[in-house]
Design a binder for this molecule. Sequence first.
Ligand code: F6R
Length: 371
Amino acid sequence: MTEVTWSLEMAEKRGYPHFMLKEIYEQPRSLRNALRLQHQYLDLLTAFLDRGRELFLVAAGTSYHACLAASYMFSKLAKLTTYPVVSSEFVERYGASVGIDSIVLTVSQSGETYDTLRAVDHARMRAATVLGITNTVGSTLTRVARAYVIQQSGPEIGVAATKTFTSQLLVLAQLALRLARTRGKVSQDEIDDLEAKLVEVPSFVERTLEGQAEHVEALARKYADERLFLFLGRGVSSATALESRLKVLEITYVPSLAYPAGESKHGPISVVEEGVPCIFICPRGETRRDIVGSIMEMKARGARIIAVCEEGDEGIIDLSDDHIEMPRGVPELLSPIIYVVPLQLLAYHLATAKGLDPDKPRNLAKSVTVP
Ligand code: F6R
């Protein structure tokens, strides 16, 4: 006889100490599910998107960060004017201008977030076309959206969203690519290339988890007592920076800043002094040259540089105190889906190193259904 010492809750965690860690490791699978969504739903959403004069991407929290990253995809690939906006600001900022030619694509893991549903109500009242991406079958969002797609991530118990973020982005990327193909605004080769990379996303994430997990845990121990972190990225990586910062804020309570790196000299640089850890998101691509400049700016003021960069990118590695190596060949536009993963892990290990429970951050609820 062997006595099983697992509690029921631990059994649900399948041996992981926390749901958050389990959900981080589930990402290769949840991403594969996101690649197997039924084509007719993606086609339907694409057809609606194609009719729009402008696209509003509306969401809260982590889902908003997915929208922010996706706005670069829709603008660059489909050449569609796209406005990412946090749900709670939508009515104030765009309520008077949204109308029959607007598409409002709302993204909500729960499908129940009050602010997002309020934005949806307003958009419908103004005759805009409301579309949805959600993880929750039967949620209010599925009832009020003209068309929607279920992202198929499976239940997410950890309050800090992880696997649902990467899947939202993978769904959004598929929509942006479909729309680009429909509209014929970028070359066939570029789209074929990105579509081939899209299929590789789950294995890029798998390789990152396999190769970097121990190193990231050691980094978390090294930086566990820091009182401030800066997260910087350019272009689409500014969304990765914001989302990674949110993970650190939510579960470690360490006040942290995230900015588009180009903006840092317009203010945030004033908080940089000797030893402040500055996390740079540096995929290869159009923004790489400028990010090198931003790293040097921070380094000159004594910041300690932690770069998340491509394996073998010596130019960046030489400038860094520490680095996290990402697989080669990740296109910059898709990089948030992969580059965020080691930073989710970093936030997780920072929290546990501080003796905090990452599954139960103070003052936060998984789903905010009240005003
Ligand atoms: C962050 C987090 C929250 C949610 C936000 C929106 O880790 O979980 O910021 O992203 O409350 O929730 P949904 O996506 O359910 O609308």
